[in-house]
Design a protein around this ligand. Structure first.
Ligand code: FCB
Length: 441
């Protein structure tokens, strides 16, 4: 049997990622909480409820779990509606609680990466029209400044926005997020305002903390044409342009081009210090005149794809390589800010994790400057409109009792984090199912 060790560069960050609304619990003052109260919005009528109970302090035990299993970094988000519960009020106690969390990471020798906006919005801001209102741009910059003033002593890595493209399609193209609109024009305006808000926040953060490292977490998704037909190829390109390219290209060039909406945003030019990439899967796109609801598109996965538990993800490490190669063009350090799969049984996850990390190692070995990897997620958490039906955690959770259960992937990932490498021993021990794929004879 061939044996080998695939080693990552010294100082590589190994961690997991979470988001405030998904783990904190009792975020009463934001649009997601309100959304959960409406019938039919969340699968099975689930609610975030106490979530993973982090706001009550359970982050401590979960950080211990991460630390004891050799993770040396964590990506978390702060909740705008807690820190600024009203337009003219900052909640110092909320800021202090986040300070405690960041100190908690420091005590455990873990590097913090903080996201300023991860999908949820304060209710007062939604009442103003949310991201459709241009006034939100400056409000977000002021919020970012306040957070960095308060927490900058304990964090240097900032993600202004999580997945602006997913936020836009989720909320404005019928994707099941609040505000639940189906309005492409409004959606593109929102995307443009998010871009301007990022640019303003980038400025504000650097003015506050000169050595800050700032980026976004960009959801990059592979789109494969189902056939060679003209319409299908056009549709695939359109997806690629609007979803994958428009936002990050504008961050590099200051030119926003989402095909149906173009604008010059010079203040956004060169406003990323690193490239954050969230990668889950690639999908197959087919033009379909009968599917008006999804903009005349039929989405699927390749016929022989290995699918995750709820069919959300096809395991596609080649797509991960493509994503990372795509990220190289910006000539900045790259962090994988999310990657993972939903799987309560933890068979799919172990294979997915290993094959994706092996693909990542290949890219690093081709001198692409990937500096860290954050697995989604540390513990099962509230998966937005899919509620508790999807289990993305290395640890499982019972949201009622708050009991955690350690999945096998914990040990696999711990071994990778501990040795900063993929070893044949670890593959043999924790995931023999893919040994032949990682070490072909
Ligand atoms: C990403 C989100 C994250 C989580 C994962 C599964 O799109 O950023 O909050 O929902 O998907």
């Amino acid at each position: 049997m061939p044996r080998a060790t695939f080693t990552f560069p010294a100082g590589f960050l190994w961690g997991s990622a979470t988001a405030a609304h998904q783990v904190e619990g009792n975020n009463l003052n934001n649009d997601w909480w309100a959304w959960e109260q409406q019938e039919g919005r969340i699968l099975n009528g689930d609610r975030s409820g106490r979530a993973c109970d982090w706001w009550a302090g359970r982050w401590r035990e979960d950080f211990d779990r991460a630390h004891e299993t050799y993770q040396n970094a964590h990506r978390l988000s702060v909740e705008w509606s807690r820190i600024q519960p009203e337009p003219d009020r900052w909640d110092e106690a909320a800021l202090d609680r986040y300070r405690q969390m960041l100190l908690g990471l420091k005590e455990r020798n873990m590097t913090a990466m903080v996201t300023l906006h991860h999908f949820s919005n304060p209710l007062w801001m939604v009442e103003m029209g949310g991201w459709e209102n241009d006034a939100v741009i400056e409000l977000f910059a002021a919020f970012s400044r306040r957070v960095v003033q308060a927490l900058g002593a304990h964090c240097r890595f900032w993600i202004t926005l999580n997945e602006p493209n997913v936020y836009m399609s989720g909320g404005y193209l019928g994707g099941g997020f609040p505000p639940g609109k189906n309005d492409l024009k409004a959606g593109l305006r929102v995307l443009l305002n998010l871009l301007k808000a990022h640019a303003a926040a980038y400025q504000a953060i650097h003015e506050t903390q000169s050595d800050a490292q700032i980026g976004i977490a960009h959801h990059w998704r592979g789109f494969l044409p189902a056939n060679r037909g003209l319409f299908t190829r056009f549709d695939t390109n359109l997806h690629n342009k609007v979803f994958n390219e428009a936002f990050p290209q504008a961050l590099a060039t200051g030119k926003f081009d989402a095909v149906l909406l173009k604008d010059a945003v010079p203040q956004a030019k060169d406003t990323q210090d690193f490239i954050g990439l969230n990668y889950y899967t690639r999908e197959v796109i087919k033009f379909d005149l009968s599917n008006k609801a999804d903009m005349y598109t039929q989405r699927s996965f390749p016929r022989d794809a290995e699918l995750s538990e709820t069919g959300f993800i096809s395991s596609d490490p080649e797509g991960f390589k493509q994503c990372i190669k795509w990220g190289r063009q910006f000539n900045k350090p790259i962090y994988i800010t999310e990657n993972g799969a939903e799987d309560s049984k933890d068979d799919f996850r172990r294979k997915y994790l290993l094959e994706h990390l092996h693909a990542l190692w290949h890219m690093v070995n081709h001198n692409i400057p990937v500096k860290g990897y954050f697995h989604w997620s540390l513990v099962d958490n509230f998966e937005w409109e899919r509620g508790w039906s999807q289990r993305f955690g290395l640890w499982g959770i019972d949201p009622i009792t708050q009991l955690r259960s350690r999945r096998k992937s914990v040990d696999l990932y711990a071994e990778i984090c501990r040795t900063n490498s993929i070893t044949s021993e670890a593959v043999e021990k924790y995931c023999p199912e893919v040994y032949d794929r990682i070490y072909p004879g």
